[in-house]
Write a protein that binds this ligand. Sequence first.
Ligand code: ASP
Length: 313
Amino acid sequence: MGPRGKQGAVMVRPRIVVHGGAWDIPEDELDTHERGCRAAAEVGWKVLLDGGSAVDAVEAAVRVMEDDPTFDAGVGAFLNAVGEVELDAAIMDGATLAAGAVAALRHVRAPVSVARAVMERTQHVLLVGEGAALFAEAQGFEQCRTSDLLVGRELERWRAIQQQRGFDVRTVFSGQKSAPRGTVGAVAMDARGNLAAATSTGGTPNKMPGRVGDSPLIGAGTYADNNTAAISATGWGEGFIRLVVAKTICDLIEFGFPPEQAVEEVMRRLETRVGGSGGVIVLDRAGRMVIRYNTPRMARAWVDGQGEIHSAV
Ligand code: ASP
């Protein structure tokens, strides 16, 4: 804990951690992934230094990665089985447990900001499909065509998958098959000690239309609670949903597990109970960071206690 701020709130040193997906990132793409994560962490960090809230910071960081075609979120997202882009995103405020999410959202560039609008401007937590799109339009979010979100790489991948028989999405996370892009996420603590988390994704390649992954499901891929931790997950979403990964980590922390052990235990369950793969970024209420993944690589960046930005893949 540090000195008191203007409003008398106890000021702490802010923190931010971001990820750009956990999978078998190929050698020739390590650099773009690392740079993309670093750029996002820098933007989120600046928001925090300027006195912004943790919610502002995670939204800003995720927006950077939604605009970066390197990642499977916003521009650069996967096509689903019928050649559409359907986006999922969530944001959560650990101070109030307010949360907002959108799923299977089409024709919008910045799903995390729509999720934030759901949190702040509706009485709901999750809007899906047509309803989410109508809400985004009514709220004045920029509309776009599928082709504006589509990059050539994803069109080629989609065409190749259509030629394959028995495509199994689980193999793409473990590195057994040609690779997916990364979901993106951020967790932050602001100077008032408030936590927030956000996650945004195009889901998994060739998903069925209407498929919703863990990212927009509060408690599965995204969770934040000032009493415990802020978490953003990435990986094979069906496994993370079944184990309610993010909230389970928070519960274990609440029951006294140190954050590393809480994460270790949940990753063990993910592997042994559902054969899941992926990773999580965690920032606990004391500002301690845990990054853990069981995939070959995970793109990530973070700011340490001295304000230094680090990145790795
Ligand atoms: N978890 C995401 C999903 O299943 C995908 C990912 O993280 O790469 O939709």
